[in-house]
Ligand binder design. Structure first.
Ligand SMILES: NC(=O)c1ccc[n+]([C@@H]2O[C@H](COP(=O)([O-])OP(=O)(O)OC[C@H]3O[C@@H](n4cnc5c(N)ncnc54)[C@H](O)[C@@H]3O)[C@@H](O)[C@H]2O)c1
Length: 267
């Protein structure tokens, strides 16, 4: 397994789900991790979990869609640990789930501001640190919904597609500076974003969960993934094993974007 001893990593949205798993995995591999989230207690819990396992972590509260908070996150990380090597742009939200003509403009804007805007802002403030040290790694968490259209998710699909091409664009602009920028497209991952939609009641959540499990069951690997299975891919892309990879868009989706789905299990 790649080691990250001495490296400093920022993971946005690491109070829960995939971000939490990435933070734990990086810390387990020796990195000093700056955990960040809008949810203070959740972020602090991740820090505690890392400490309990003997790792090193600090928490900085930040809403990645707010420029001052994104900047404060990056500057605090660098000053706390004396540098910055890895940025994982993981924080993301769903929302505005409807066909486009029924989507509230504010809901659309919020999804784009957090998912795409947060990736832009954290990268913007991290890149000067990477330029100064002549090395840096960014891993963006996009989605399979950025590769294909999905029902009733115009804002989410558009924001994730934009992250994918921003990843390629940054790879072009910063390759000569030894800053590698790659993206991961998770498929069905069993997290609260996958399970919960705040606008739904308990019965609707149970129904949506059952529908999601059924849909995941029809993909080639036939199940949802655990967040740690995404973290494994992040560690690979952030590590020296991926030294010639930049601008790569890596699916971690159990094969769901590899095939037409005829509405039946593939095996
Ligand atoms: N779960 C899936 O099936 C799935 C699939 C594809 C992509 N993704 C992507 O993976 C990433 C993580 O998703 P998850 O499933 O772990 O979600 P989650 O809801 O379990 O966790 C997301 C975390 O991000 C935080 N967050 C939300 N808005 C924020 C903001 N403005 N600033 C800082 N933190 C913020 C939340 O508080 C939460 O702790 C997201 O970008 C999501 O779009 C998830």
């Amino acid at each position: 397994m790649t080691r990250f001893d001495g490296k400093v990593a920022v993971v946005t949205g690491s109070g829960n789900g995939i971000g939490r798993a990435i933070a734990l995995a990086l810390a387990n591999a020796g990195a000093r991790v700056v955990v960040s989230d809008v949810l203070v207690e959740d972020g602090q819990r991740t820090v505690q979990e890392i400490s309990d396992l003997g790792g090193s972590a600090a928490f900085v509260a930040a809403d990645v869609s707010v420029p001052e908070q994104a900047q404060n996150l990056i500057e605090s990380a660098s000053s706390t640990y004396g540098g910055l090597d890895i940025l994982v742009n993981n924080a993301g939200i769903g929302g505005g789930y409807a066909r486009l003509h029924e989507v509230d403009p504010e809901a659309f804007d919020r999804v784009v501001r957090v998912n795409l805007g947060g990736t832009f802002l954290c990268s913007k403030y991290a890149i000067p640190h990477f330029l100064a040290q002549g090395d840096g790694r960014i891993v963006n968490i996009a989605s399979t919904y950025g590769l294909v259209g999905a029902p009733n998710a115009p804002a989410y699909c558009a924001s994730k597609a934009a992250i994918i091409n921003l990843t390629r664009q940054l790879a072009v602009d910063y390759g000569h500076d030894q800053i590698r920028v790659n993206a991961i497209c998770p498929g069905y991952i069993d997290t609260s974003l996958g399970r919960r939609r705040s606008s739904l009641n308990a019965e609707q959540i149970a129904e949506a969960t059952a529908r999601r499990e059924k849909a995941a069951g029809m993909q080639p690997l036939g199940r949802q993934a655990q967040p740690s299975e995404v973290a494994d891919a992040v560690l690979f892309l952030a590590g020296d094993g991926a030294s010639f990879m930049t601008g790569s868009i890596v699916t971690v989706d159990g094969g769901c974007t590899t095939t037409f789905n005829y509405g039946e299990a593939s095996n």
